[in-house]
Design a protein around this ligand. Structure first.
Ligand SMILES: NC(=O)c1ccc[n+]([C@@H]2O[C@H](COP(=O)([O-])OP(=O)(O)OC[C@H]3O[C@@H](n4cnc5c(N)ncnc54)[C@H](O)[C@@H]3O)[C@@H](O)[C@H]2O)c1
Ligand SMILES: [Zn+2]
Length: 386
């Protein structure tokens, strides 16, 4: 438990019914709006909901809609370069973590001073240049509330998190319209990503009262809503709960941080382009089994909070193993792959995976139990049972 801790949060967050309508007042004093999105979000008809608000406010806008999913730092740099000279004085990001992360980088790099590549070595170099608004369409990365941006680094086949408080959004809008028709597969993977954020932040070295508050509430909401939100297209209450929970879990990242699941997941995204939520979901249970001996009290506390009705487990041991099992059942229920076989990862890559995973010390050093190369090997092997 940290004895000194702090919290940052976006200046304004609007949530609930018709939250999108706030866009008009937010942009009222701006000259020109840069709207970032991607083809998937645009294809789902969500972009129009935003552009209609911008148009109703009588504002000029410029659209950036060709961002790749989970982009490399070079692909983000292309967005930065295209943005420069467009004359916009405000950024709206409409999308999942990919779009929001890229836009956050644009918000601090829209000058000629630094490039995305410079931030890989020294993330704190750049300062906020353009104010930003995040509108998440997945639930989700929580990227709307964090000041992290994750980029792929192709030459190293990994993903790297750039962390800079200047990237904190000025405005966030959580409107359930944006996730209403999220396809089940994406809702499942991004929802389990949020679960990982909550559980990792609640069981990490840097736990503190701020992160505990957000992480525990997020875990409770996700555990009790994720299946319904994914399975039932009309379950708007469950979807709204997931949207709020993803935001809370993101705030938990701001206050403490993720650990072994995310650390070992990055090479899987970087080299084999497995979606972030999928690689996390795959590693969640093996990592929890590895960690369990050292985090039983904390898993038991999640049990006490999240299990509704009659609680049949009475000991810390029983509660903690119930939690590991419950998380496994959720991943299974949501049909998320649990083996690297589905992604044609050759077993010969195990040594590379271990060394690339061990490089993620920013996250691994926040894990309560020491993650040795041998432990990383065992965890990767457990998802390579073929
Ligand atoms: N900054 C952070 O704190 C943070 C935290 C976790 C993950 N991330 C990063 O975020 C990225 C992943 O983001 P993600 O999981 O939100 O997925 P994503 O943004 O990559 O989106 C996945 C796919 O879903 C589509 N999509 C998004 N919303 C949709 C909707 N409502 N309807 C239909 N299709 C939709 C997108 O077009 C895309 O094809 C990764 O790069 C990951 O590393 C960042
Ligand atoms: Zn994540």
């Amino acid at each position: 438990m940290l004895t000194k801790y702090e919290m940052q949060i976006p200046k304004y967050t609007f949530a609930g019914e018709n939250a999108l309508a706030n866009i008009q007042t937010i942009v009222a004093d701006r000259k020109k709006i840069a709207v970032f999105t991607d083809q998937g979000v645009e294809g789902a008809g969500l972009l129009d909901l935003i552009l209609n608000q911008v148009k109703a406010a009588g504002k000029e806008f410029v659209l950036f809609d060709d961002l790749a999913r989970e982009p490399s730092y070079g692909q983000v740099q292309e967005q930065v370069d295209k943005f420069k000279g467009c004359g916009a004085d405000f950024i709206i990001a409409v999308g999942g973590g990919s779009v929001m992360d890229a836009s956050k980088l644009v918000s601090i790099l829209a000058t000629d001073q630094y490039k995305v590549k410079d931030l890989l070595d020294n993330p704190r170099l750049a300062k906020k240049v353009i104010p930003s608004m995040m509108i998440p369409t997945t639930a989700g990365t929580g990227s709307e509330v964090t000041f992290n941006a994750i980029v792929a680094v192709p030459e190293k086949s990994v993903k790297i998190g750039i962390v800079n408080p200047e990237m904190m959004a000025d405005y966030v809008i959580l409107d359930a319209e944006m996730i209403k028709n999220l396809p089940r597969k994406i809702a499942a993977a991004t929802g389990v990503d949020a679960l990982c954020h909550a559980v990792e932040c609640y069981t990490c070295k840097k736990v503190n009262p701020f992160s505990d508050t957000f992480a525990l509430e997020a875990a409770d909401l996700i555990l009790n809503n994720i299946e319904k939100a994914c399975d039932d297209p009309n379950a708007m209450d469950a979807k709204r709960a997931m949207q709020i929970a993803a935001f809370y879990a993101g705030e938990a990242i701001v206050c403490s941080g993720t650990t072994v699941v995310h650390g070992l997941s990055y090479p899987l995204g970087g080299k084999y382009h497995i979606a972030h939520g999928v690689s996390n979901a795959m590693l969640l249970v093996p990592c929890m089994k590895f960690n369990e001996s050292d985090i039983k009290d904390r898993l038991a506390a999640i049990y006490d909070r999240a299990v509704k009705g009659q609680k049949t487990c009475t000991t810390v041991d029983a509660k903690s193993s119930y939690m590991v099992q419950w998380m496994g059942e959720i991943v299974k229920h949501l049909d998320i792959p649990t083996s690297l076989k589905e992604f044609n990862v050759p077993k010969e890559d195990l040594d590379w995976l271990v060394s690339a995973g061990m490089e993620q010390q920013r996250l691994l050093s926040n894990n309560v139990k020491l993650v040795t190369p041998e432990a990383a090997r065992e965890i990767y092997l457990s998802v390579m049972d073929y």
